[in-house]
Design a protein around this ligand. Structure first.
Ligand SMILES: Cc1ncc(COP(=O)(O)O)c(C=O)c1O
Length: 403
């Protein structure tokens, strides 16, 4: 019925590349195969006890059962301010520079809905977390992609990065209004230091564009590396908003808690659109999130250590199997170059081969944008034993395919 009625927005959304790998994974499992699943950035660990206990305590109070506050209860916004002060020495105004969201993805998508005029252009480095670009498409904007060129140590090639922005500002019509950055990066694990943000803020002021920074993995860092916040740069609030999530740091992905902070105009736009769309997260979730942010942080060190051990086991066991992977300094992923004999096939085909031949599921790099092909993303969401098992499967498969 009504086939002639087109849903233009839906037509602009490509089919999820990851769906192809997912379907194959399900087929393997239905056939009785034990698939080791590294495909999704979904933390497998439990939420720390003290956070759960706070949720339980709060849910037993009837006055927490009504509609909540769309932009986040005051205590949660204060806890967010405290977290920024403690971590980064950044002062935020809980009323005008902070808004809580139902996971950072919801906050990001609604921010983009709120601030995108038809035809507006956003610059998005590629590869990227898919919603970073698709949110602008959904909102009726356009995306200027540019390649995220990385050095061997997973830092961006700064010359290339800033040259790409300058070129976009000169050649794109209309001029881009927004730039999305995400460090530590999903999927590439790329990291930056504060001087990168200093340069970026200066350029944004000069060229007049807003920066949306996503630091979902800011706390999942290793070997002494600490991820900065763009808001540490003096004056950054004039041009930047930053999003963060409790999903990764506290194993709270299913709780859906995130927030955006920084530039009051952008925070205000998101707060306004959310006041029309939702009544806020369930109050007990907000209360427990307050405890997560300003309570004992030793759980974060445990979570970090767990990922680091898995990273080390992955790198070592896969190297033994004949697949050498460069060491990430942050995030819950490894960004692995496709082994030589399979590069021609591309990342989607290689992911399918890995599933069939090594019973291991990964995310094909092409799913994160055209410049992601050539790589697969391995999420550290299986335990060390399972990682070793995957390495044994890979070893067998690589041996068999080289004869
Ligand atoms: C870079 C990045 N940002 C945001 C998110 C979404 O997080 P949330 O659970 O807060 O929506 C993810 C999830 O994988 C992510 O990788």
């Amino acid at each position: 019925m009504f086939d002639e009625i087109e849903f233009e927005k839906i037509k602009r959304l490509p089919k999820y590349v990851f769906a192809a790998v997912d379907e194959l994974k399900m087929a393997e499992r239905r056939a009785g195969e034990d698939v080791i699943d590294f495909s999704m950035g979904n933390p497998d660990g439990p939420t720390p006890r003290h956070i759960i206990e706070k949720l339980v305590e709060s849910v037993q109070k009837p006055k927490t059962h009504g509609y909540s506050v769309s932009k986040g209860i005051y205590k949660l916004r204060l806890a967010i301010c405290g977290w920024y002060r403690e971590k980064y020495g950044v002062e935020l105004d809980a009323d005008t520079e902070v808004v809580a969201s139902m996971g950072s993805k919801e906050g990001y998508v609604n921010l983009v809905q709120a601030i995108t005029n038809p035809g507006d252009v956003a610059m998005v480095p590629d590869p990227c977390y898919p919603i970073h670009s698709q949110a602008f498409i959904l909102a009726g904007g356009n995306v200027h992609r540019f390649r995220l060129v990385l050095n061997r140590d997973f830092t961006p090639d700064k010359d290339a990065f800033f040259r790409n922005i300058e070129t976009a500002m000169r050649e794109s019509s209309p001029k881009p209004k927004y730039l999305v950055v995400n460090f530590p990066n999903n999927p590439t694990t790329a990291t930056v230091d504060l001087d990168f943000y200093e340069k970026l803020v200066a350029l944004a002021r000069e060229e007049r564009f807003y920066i949306i920074s996503d630091i979902a993995y800011a706390e999942i860092t290793y070997d002494g590396y600490k991820a900065p916040s763009i808001l540490q740069v003096p004056g950054a609030k004039d041009v930047a908003i930053e999003s963060y999530t409790l999903s990764k740091t506290y194993n709270m992905a299913g709780w859906r808690v995130g927030f955006l902070v920084g530039n009051p105009r952008l925070v205000g736009a998101l707060t306004r659109i959310k006041s029309w769309l939702d009544y806020g997260m369930f109050t007990p979730i907000q209360v427990a999130s307050t405890i997560a942010l300003n309570g004992d942080q030793s759980c974060v060190e445990e979570i970090r250590k767990n990922y680091r051990r898995r990273r080390d086991v992955l790198l070592q066991s896969f190297a033994n199997a004949g697949w050498s992977i460069d060491k990430p300094k942050a995030s819950m992923f490894a960004w692995a170059r496709i082994p030589e004999p399979f590069r021609e096939a591309g990342s989607l085909e290689f992911s399918k081969i890995l599933l069939k031949e090594a019973k291991m599921a990964v995310s094909p790099g092409i799913g994160f944008g055209p410049y992601g092909d050539g790589y697969v993303r391995i999420a550290l969401i299986e335990n060390e034993e399972r990682i070793r098992q995957a390495a044994r499967n890979v070893k067998r498969f690589l041996r068999a395919s080289s004869v």
